[in-house]
Every structure is written in structure tokens, then in C-alpha cells.
Design a protein around this ligand. Sequence first.
Ligand code: NAD
Length: 493
Amino acid sequence: MKFTRRRFLKASLIGASAAPRILAATGSPALVNGEIQVAVVGLHQQGKGHMRTYLKMPGTRLVALCDVDSTILAERAEECAKAGFKVATYRDYRKLLEDKSIDAVVIATPNHQHALQTIWALQAGKDVYCEKPLSHNVWEGRQVLAAERAHSKNVVFSGTQNRSSEDIQEAIAHVRSGALGKVLWARGLCYKLRESIGHFSAAHPVPATIDYDLWTGPADLVPPHRNSPRYGPVHYDWHWFWNYGGGDITNQGIHQVDVARWFLGESALPPSVMSFGGRYGLQDDAETPNTLVSVFNYERAPLIFEVRGLPQKSGLRAVDAYRGTRIGVVVHCEHGYLTVSESGTVVAYDHDHRKQNQWSKNTLGRHRANFVRALQSRTVSEARAEECHLSSALCHVANMSYCLGREVANSRLTEAIRGSALTQETHGRVLDHLKANAVDVDHVPSVMGPLLKVDPQGLRVSGEDREIDAAASRSPLFKRQGRDGFRIPALTA
Ligand SMILES: NC(=O)c1ccc[n+]([C@@H]2O[C@H](COP(=O)([O-])OP(=O)(O)OC[C@H]3O[C@@H](n4cnc5c(N)ncnc54)[C@H](O)[C@@H]3O)[C@@H](O)[C@H]2O)c1
């Protein structure tokens, strides 16, 4: 067979997304009136969007809702009733899973619940759509994959919606065709304004409407130290506490981590990672950095990730941009570069910044319909759990380096990263950005994380000495098994 350019591009396009996961044939749900019976779990913001989707999605019927906040649960059930849907309501997810009429669960609870709720759903015989990240730590993600293997008839579909972007798929095929030469590096960007969450001298009482034991699930049971005017003491701002979230790299950033890794064609963890940054310019109780640089040392081409929560300049609300991109990815190649926007539009430029090509069909919005297609066809083509696990684990190991780091003067940090021009250039821009935000970088230190060696499958993360080794293996971002009633089943190493 003649290997034409067209045929090659087609082959690369298929190769651009990992091979689909085809399920065991007997896994199809027994349909009621030809419809898949769906439940949505966690209904505050993202879950509300999912709920509204399944009020209208052809081929499905929304039959149940679950939330540990009885106010939110009642409001959502009322909205469904007004739309003509009488749904069952559950506060305890475990009770929902006993409902045999439910075929698929859509999980939009906080990150620390994702792995356990996915595993429990699979064990109950349900198909799953789980929001990103797949896990709260590296080990948990591996347990989800083990559960997926054990329940090979069931769908696990991840909320990393860029995987449904035909633009990105085609741009990746373009890069793989060699049109831009070798990929030299990829940079992920999460420049997103994040303001102070406030400083509180005491923990806040939990509203009586929230079952806080269920909300905490496998995390450590501690009272909330936050009280957002918008979300109250429990919802959303958990992102900025290590017990539940991982800061913006794991929140918004995971989408761009995922896209950048996809462009690089890497299907394992990098041999090493190092992060630096800090929580600058804010006096609040949040724990996660608002400024972070993480360098993933893939052998073929590094992936460097930047989080910036401060504005372009103190007093402004606008945020910085890098090559015109705020939340996105830049893939730098021998003969030009590509930018990928938050909405998935890809533009190719030459090194003189002249536009060469553009992909802008904008198909991200098809992600939920693609999930339904996966349920019907019993084949997961986009957003496989394995991919979301890897991208989630990248965020976790980056955060591990930060958490194991120590404060150093910026001059010391500049010296320590001297070996990498890419890292130094990034640090230089970070310093300029901090100065524009009135951070006295000559006196305010930065956290410099150790270079962590990472096993490709995430079996081990180790450091330069025994102390770091021991701390890495004890890190809850590497492994946390949960607490009584909410133990993550140990299914593999
Ligand atoms: N794919 C995307 O682009 C995207 C966008 C936004 C959010 N998300 C993800 O969606 C998830 C939810 O985000 P959010 O902003 O809506 O968070 P949120 O904190 O505002 O809402 C979470 C909801 O889950 C409920 N909940 C918590 N524990 C529960 C449990 N055990 N059982 C049932 N309900 C429980 C809470 O009461 C709350 O109503 C996060 O993991 C986030 O990363 C994804």
C-alpha cells in the first residue's frame, strides 16, 4: 500500500488520541424506554451544569440526584420537577448506588471524593463520568485504574473535555506529521485571577444543611477554616487546601497539563519534576501557592507549567499573557509554535509570529454527548481514565515537590536553576510579574522544591537524599488511604 501524505495524516490523527478502550460486550445497560438512566452527584456549580445537560440529552433520562447539602439538593430537585422530571434524591451516595435502576453516575463532587466515588460506582456495576482530576493523589489514581480493569464491562469517562476537541486532535496530527519539525518544549499556562480568601482566627461552623462527615469523605475530618462571601465555609474554596485540592494546577491547570502532555505524546510520568513558587501578596488562610512553576523533565522535550493568580499589575484585574495566551498551551517546535486557547482553538505561527494555520471548529462542547456515545457504543474514545490519571498525577507530583520545598532567597533560586535556560527565563518573568505586584523579590523568599525522581507508573517518588525519600513516600499527595467508612480500596500497588 502506498503511504500517501493524506493516509499518513489520517493515521497520525488516530494516533493523536490514545487507542479507544473497547468494553466487554455484555456490559450494555438494560435500557428503560431506550434511555440510559443517569444520576448526577454533587450539584453546586459544575454538577448543576451536568444536571441541566441530562434534562435534555437525547438517549438518556435523569433519574436521581445526590448532594450532601440538603438546600442545594432540594433546589435542584425542584428545578427538575419544574422541567417535568421527578427524580429520586439522595444525601448519601452509598444509598444512591444501591438503586439498581441507575445505569450511570456523573460525579461532580470535590476532588478528594473522585477516586473513591468512581471505585464504589464501578463496584456497584455503574458506568461513570468523573470530573477532573481523577484523584487527589498518585496512589488513588492507580486504584481507579485497577478498578476499571476489574470492571471491564463499565465505562469510565473523565471530565478533561479538551479530549473532545477535534481542533486539538488535528493540530496534534499536524505536529506529528513533522510539519513544524521537532517539538522542543511545551508550556502550560494558568494565568487566572484568584483573590484572597480571607484570614480567620477560628474555624467556621458548618451549616446544619450540610452533612460534613459525608462531605469530608476520605479526607481528614477537620473543621473548615474559610468562609467565602460567595460560597460559605464549605463549598469551592476547598481548592486552596491540601486536604481536598491542589491549588490551580490541579483545578484549572489540569486541563492544560493534559493538553500539553498530549501534544508531547507522553504516556507515562516524567523521570523527574521540580517546582518553585509561593503564595505571594495575599494575607489569607489558603495553603496552596498562587504562583507556581513546575518543570516536568520528559526526555524528548520538557513540559513547563506556570500558575499565576495575581493580576498583571497591582490594582488591575487583568492578568498577564504569554504569546497571547492566558489559560492555554504553547507548543514550541523547531520551525514555529502553536498556541492552544482555553476553548481549544489552535493557531500555528512561524518564529516571526506570523500566523500559518488555525483549527477552530470548537467541539469541546460535545464532550458530554461523547460520554453518552461511549455509554451506547461501549467504547471510550475520548477522555480515557488512564489519560486523566496521568495528567492528574503530573499535578500531584508537581505539588509534592512544592510541598517538600523550603524557602530560599530568589538569588539562590536563580543560581540553583542555572542549568536550564528555559527554567531561568521562566523564573525571570515570574520575578518581573511579582515586582509588578509590589512583591519585594529581594526580600520575600520563594519556595524551592527538590528535584523529585518519579517512577514512570507512579509507583514511587524519591528525592536526592533519604530525608526527601521518606517525606515523599509519606506525602498525602502521593498516597492517602482515607478514614473509617471512606477507605480507598487497595486494589494494586
Ligand atoms: N471540567 C471542567 O471544566 C470543570 C469545571 C468546573 C469544575 N469542575 C470539577 O467539578 C467538581 C465540582 O466543582 P464545583 O466548583 O462544582 O465544586 P463545589 O464545591 O462548588 O460543589 C461541589 C458539590 O458537591 C457536593 N458534595 C460534596 N461531597 C459530596 C458527597 N460525598 N456526595 C454528594 N455530594 C457531595 C457539595 O455539597 C457541593 O454541592 C470539581 O472536582 C471540579 O474540579 C470541572
